[in-house]
Design a binder for this molecule. Structure first.
Ligand SMILES: [Zn+2]
Length: 115
């Protein structure tokens, strides 16, 4: 389970992005985008976040996870498709020269603070 490392990373980034003069503050929601390629299981990540955020600046916040599908593009024929599992060949021309154009991201989209 690698979700704990990711949860710690999110907490660190989120906590660092809260200006010192605003602390202590109640963070309500942290919205993130996670590519399906990163193999994050949202339930696990939520659980890890809850455990790891205790006694931090973001304790009590809800983690809102948007999953981003994995999209690949073939460099040979320019075909683009959404992957449902691992794929190393273009489904159109069978070329192995493909690149992933989304699905590997792990971004914090927004941090909502209670007012
Ligand atoms: Zn192709």
């Amino acid at each position: 389970m690698h979700e704990m490392g990711i949860a710690l990373q999110i907490i660190e980034i989120a906590a660092a992005s809260i200006p010192a003069e605003m602390k202590p503050v109640q963070v309500e929601t942290i919205r993130i985008r996670v590519g399906k390629m990163s193999a994050v299981i949202p339930e696990n990540l939520n659980f890890c976040f809850e455990v790891a955020s205790k006694d931090t600046d973001v304790e009590g916040a809800t983690l809102c996870i948007d999953e981003v599908p994995v999209v690949a593009r073939c460099k040979s024929c320019n075909h683009q498709w959404t992957l449902s599992g691992p794929a190393f060949r273009c489904e159109s021309c069978q070329s192995g020269d493909i690149e992933l154009i989304s699905g590997q991201e792990l971004d914090i989209v927004s941090i909502e603070i209670a007012t």
